[in-house]
Design a protein around this ligand. Structure first.
Ligand code: NAD
Length: 509
């Protein structure tokens, strides 16, 4: 009973209603779509509902976003940064409740729910600094008394499509950087994480409204076939940033490319850890456990494949099997819990099907392998001993299933690691500098992220985040990812009083 009371208090402090509108500028818009219940995946109970938006409300949102873009882009970037600093403070003030909502809505354990909001706060702080660092290069002209430089301008309205599993932070990676760059942002979240989106939007939109910039952030929650398709086909949206499955990204990328728009794709991963014979095995066990079991295997960076050197394979496998048996599964709000539920019954079915396929293809089930008999969508974390080339190991199953293979030569392990369609995150555990060098060299890992003595998941925001091949090639968050949200302009100024042409071309009458 007390948890039920806590849940309603959290929802009410975040301003959530029993039924929430699926379209927002500064405030909610009138919507008329279907009412969809948002469930707690740990209990199956309805937390609240969302009434979906239609293509008409989508149009209303885009028109408003375009109107405010005219003013937002002319506000000096450091002044935009000042407003983002207030967003950072507002997120800090609501961190506990927002983190709990992430846990309630998508089942992340409590510390991961809070960690997700912390990541958004970190992104806001990063974007504040960025607002004073949107640097362009200057070049030496080949012509006398000429000056060349690059400057960066905002793009316009950016469409941000987010996956259910990072319902707050992935929006922040995109939206806060895009805002610093002078863009306005239209967010289309996953319906599976709609309440977190509404609560996050309310908090941040209130700051903008206070400064007379309502509409710089907007939110649209609707069916993929109607609102999603309208957004990706819309020529008024110069950039679509889409995070989700490779299936979705392949479609979105093609539609946006057909209208010569830009897309920034962050798609599925199939991440591996290699453990050398000289590795610190205590570190490796902890890194593998968090990478493979954390977030119930529902991170794009989750460790899905493990390549163990033959000398340590048996001992390390045994330690992992023992550790897996001790993972505390249950109510993700309980601070003692290490693994919460999967997002829904579809995810449980995918988990069961993948295990069946792995065993049918010759894999050996070592631990786990079934759902947990309690309400909600809980499964056991699972280890399968498998040849590296089983067909199932080519796929991302969004669940806690780890395939273990054994190698004797690091060159083979690196090749096996790279030999999948995805290219997001990778790790090696070793104390050998030479093996590190092989892993990090151009013939080493082919992934967007390559870690040493750290697991595959849990990236910091300061680096550019993303992956190669079917992971989509996009980069978000830190480093110079901001360039994706701006247009580059090369400027040449002639102060010579003459008109020399480049490359010595002569064109005199
Ligand atoms: P999903 O592909 O089912 O959905 C992602 C988003 O795409 C949702 O908002 C969905 O509504 C939207 N979408 C789907 N079809 C669309 C269409 N036709 N037009 C417009 N939008 C459309 O993914 P999911 O189940 O929510 O998330 C899990 C997946 O996301 C995994 O594959 C995971 O690896 C990936 N992911 C990748 C990253 C990364 O940074 N690389 C981060 C988080 C999640």
């Amino acid at each position: 009973m007390s948890q039920v009371a806590d849940v309603s208090a959290i929802l009410s402090r975040l301003g959530l209603e029993p039924v929430n509108a699926g379209a927002w500028l500064s405030g909610p818009l009138a919507v008329s779509g279907a009412v969809v219940a948002c469930e707690n995946p740990a209990t199956g109970q309805t937390l609240a509902s969302v009434q979906l938006a239609s293509a008409a409300e989508y149009d209303q949102v885009v028109s408003a976003a375009q109107a405010v873009f005219g003013r937002w882009r002319m506000l000096p970037a450091p002044k935009r940064g000042e407003i983002i600093r207030e967003i950072s403070e507002a997120l800090r003030a609501h961190k506990a409740d927002l983190g709990a909502l992430v846990t309630l809505e998508v089942g992340k354990i409590a510390s991961e729910g809070l960690g997700e909001v912390q990541e958004s706060i970190d992104m806001a702080d990063f974007a504040v600094g960025l607002s004073r660092q949107l640097y362009g290069l200057s070049m030496h002209s080949e012509r006398s008394r000429h000056r060349m430089f690059e400057q960066w301008h905002p793009l316009g309205a950016v469409g941000v499509i987010t996956a259910f599993n990072f319902p707050n932070a992935v929006w922040a990676w995109n939206a806060l950087v895009a805002m610093a760059c002078g863009d306005v942002v239209i967010w289309k979240p996953s319906i599976k994480a709609a309440l977190t989106a509404v609560a996050t939007h309310r908090i941040c939109a209130a700051v903008l409204e206070r400064h007379g910039f309502g509409g710089v952030l907007s939110l649209i929650i609707g069916a993929d076939a109607e609102v999603g398709e309208a957004m990706i086909h819309d020529k008024r949206i110069p950039l679509i940033s889409a995070t989700g499955s490779t299936r979705m990204g392949r479609h979105v990328g093609q539609v946006v490319a057909a209208r010569l728009g830009r897309s920034l794709l962050e798609l599925g991963g199939n991440n591996a850890i290699i453990v050398e014979k000289d590795a610190d095995l205590d570190l490796a066990v902890r890194g593998i456990l968090f990478g493979a079991v954390g977030t119930a295997g529902q991170r794009c960076t989750t460790t899905r494949r493990l390549f163990l050197h033959a000398d340590i394979a048996e001992a390390l496998t045994q330690r992992l099997v023992n550790a897996y048996k001790q993972v505390r599964i249950g109510d993700p709000l309980d601070p003692a819990t290490l693994m919460g539920p999967l997002i829904d019954e579809g995810a449980v079915r995918d988990y069961e099907r993948a295990i069946e396929s792995a065993v049918a293809q010759g894999g050996e089930l070592l631990v786990g392998g079934s759902r947990v008999d309690r309400p909600g969508h809980f499964v056991l974390p699972t280890i399968i001993r498998a040849r590296h080339d089983l067909p199932i190991c080519q796929h991302e199953t969004f669940a806690p299933i780890l395939y273990i293979s054994t190698y004797t030569d690091l060159a083979d392990a690196i090749q096996w690691q790279n030999d999948v369609p995805q290219g997001l995150s990778s790790s090696i555990f070793t104390d050998s500098f030479r093996q590190v060098e092989r892993f990090l060299s151009a013939e080493g890992s082919d992934c967007g992220i390559a870690n040493v003595n750290i697991g595959t998941s849990g990236a910091e925001i300061g680096g550019a985040f993303g992956g190669e091949k079917e992971t989509g090639g996009g980069r978000e968050a830190g480093s110079d990812s901001w360039k994706a949200y701006m247009r580059r302009q090369t400027c040449t100024l002639n102060g010579s009083g003459d008109l020399p042409l480049a490359q010595g071309v002569r064109f005199d009458l």
